[in-house]
Design a protein around this ligand. Structure first.
Ligand code: 48H
Length: 255
């Protein structure tokens, strides 16, 4: 029995990894923006692989605001809560007439977004870090990967690669994929995120979601970190809308 279990795990995992070596889109980071992007891509029939450095997916969303496991979403992103069948409470804003917010469990939000992404066929690999990019003829053509345990232990182990037509940087505050372009190609300046200004940060995170270098799309907090735009705290509508926009940019280009 023990050997059967071991063999099944290794064969099943290897089959999925081998089938992912060439894909249409690689999303780096399984936080809210990356998972939402992956869902919309797969929903449009685009082969999508999500790579997550951590053991758990969900990025910065599990912890809600200061460990209160709730998130707030604004009116513009209500359709996304509905798309993922996330239950929410509607709460009137106290500062502007007619303003409404939606409160939901961060755990429910991440669980349902991930479940729906998987149902659409997204392949999610955890414990894998993207440490570099394949760049040829001025275009990003895939990612260079290694086990997170190798990264953490600083072992000198050479990486492997996954080729793709698009890479989406959904690595949050770190913007670690864009940093590769900035540091190795020198065609991008990482401005660093600004101090908190929720209203502006939420608006700009969608505007900043773009193809930042041929073949590389930036989404979520990474988009604001690259562009010098404000952080916004535990309001997540912008992350969802940014993930959706990132998917649409790739979909429009790939069809
Ligand atoms: C593989 C990697 C790598 C790598 C990082 O931080 P995230 O949740 O990112 P977003 O942009 O989807 O959401 C941001 C949100 O959580 C947040 O922090 C907000 C709204 N902050 C506001 C504020 O004021 O602070 O997820 C990013 C994910 C994480 O799970 C990382 O482990 C992962 O990306 N990651 N995965 N290879 N090189 N770098």
């Amino acid at each position: 029995m023990e050997v059967d279990v071991s063999r099944i795990i290794i064969e099943d995992y290897m089959e999925e990894l081998l089938n992912s070596l060439e894909t249409k889109v690689v999303v780096v980071g399984a936080g809210p923006s990356g998972l939402v992007a992956s869902y919309y891509l797969a929903k449009h029939g685009i082969d999508t692989v999500v790579l997550e450095r951590n053991l758990s997916i969900g990025g910065g969303m599990w912890g809600g605001g200061m460990m209160f496991n709730r998130i707030v979403v604004q009116e513009e992103a209500r359709p996304i809560l509905e798309e993922f069948s996330i239950n929410f409470k509607e709460i009137k804003g106290k500062r502007k007439e007619g303003e409404r917010y939606y409160s939901t469990s961060s755990i429910e939000a991440i669980s349902k977004i991930a479940a729906k992404a998987l149902d659409q066929g997204v392949k999610i690999f955890n414990l894998i870090s993207v440490e570099d990019l394949i760049v040829a003829n001025n275009r990003v053509r895939g990612v260079v990967i290694n086990w997170t345990s190798v990264e953490l232990s600083k072992l000198h182990v050479d990486p492997l690669v996954i080729k793709s037509e698009y890479v989406i940087d959904a690595t949050g505050h770190e913007s670690s994929v864009c940093r590769v372009i900035a540091e190795k190609i020198g065609e991008l300046r990482i401005r660093g995120e600004g101090p908190m200004w929720a209203e502006k940060g939420e608006k700009l995170v969608v505007e900043n979601t773009r193809e930042i270098y041929p073949g590389l799309i930036v989404t979520g907090m990474a988009a604001n970190a690259v562009s010098g735009s404000p952080r916004m705290g535990p309001i997540f509508g912008g992350m969802f809308l940014s993930g959706k926009k990132a998917a649409e940019i790739a979909i429009n280009s790939l069809r």
